[in-house]
Design a protein around this ligand. Structure first.
Ligand SMILES: [Zn+2]
Length: 158
């Protein structure tokens, strides 16, 4: 029963996140490493891998951009205001102030950095490849063959 409740919650949250955002970026956490730390319980409880997998396939379904940020990116140590990287950032530190004067909530600062890194990576991607999905279909073709995403929008993911 607990597993079902958890999966249901993960489905609802991932659907909301994907529907409400054009692009979603996640940090590619070293889950295997975290499970050996005192954060093990929260990582397992959150079903992180399962949740990320849901985000990924729903992003495809809703034609959103989805990206994973390298796990070695210093999202927590990096000051999102000035770019300075703090020497250490133990997990128990939830708020910190950079020498530049910027006061940070650990998670909000990390989220800002992950978003910026994801957007930078996406710009590189766009320059390197042409995406067939972004090419509009000719008018007559659109009439005889509705675009795939037009049909998908009606499908409930729950
Ligand atoms: Zn700073």
């Amino acid at each position: 029963k607990v597993a079902n409740t958890r999966r249901d919650w993960a489905h609802k949250l991932s659907t909301t996140i994907i529907r409400d955002n054009q692009a979603v970026y996640v940090e590619n956490l070293a889950v295997a490493g975290l499970t050996r730390t005192r954060l093990a319980t929260s990582v397992h409880d959150a079903g992180w891998s399962q949740f990320v997998a849901m985000l990924e396939y729903k992003a495809v379904r809703y034609r959103r951009h989805f990206g994973k940020i390298d796990r070695w990116f210093p999202s927590s140590k990096l000051c999102s205001a000035c770019g300075t990287i703090a020497e250490s950032m133990p997990l128990n530190i939830r708020e910190w102030t950079c020498p530049c004067g910027a006061a940070h909530d650990r998670d909000v600062n990390a989220a800002i950095n992950i978003l910026a890194a994801g957007q930078a990576e996406r710009l590189n991607d766009c320059g390197a490849q042409v995406r067939p999905g972004l090419v509009p279909a000719p008018r007559e073709e659109a009439v005889t063959h509705p675009e795939p995403h037009a049909r998908q929008t009606g499908i409930s993911v729950l």
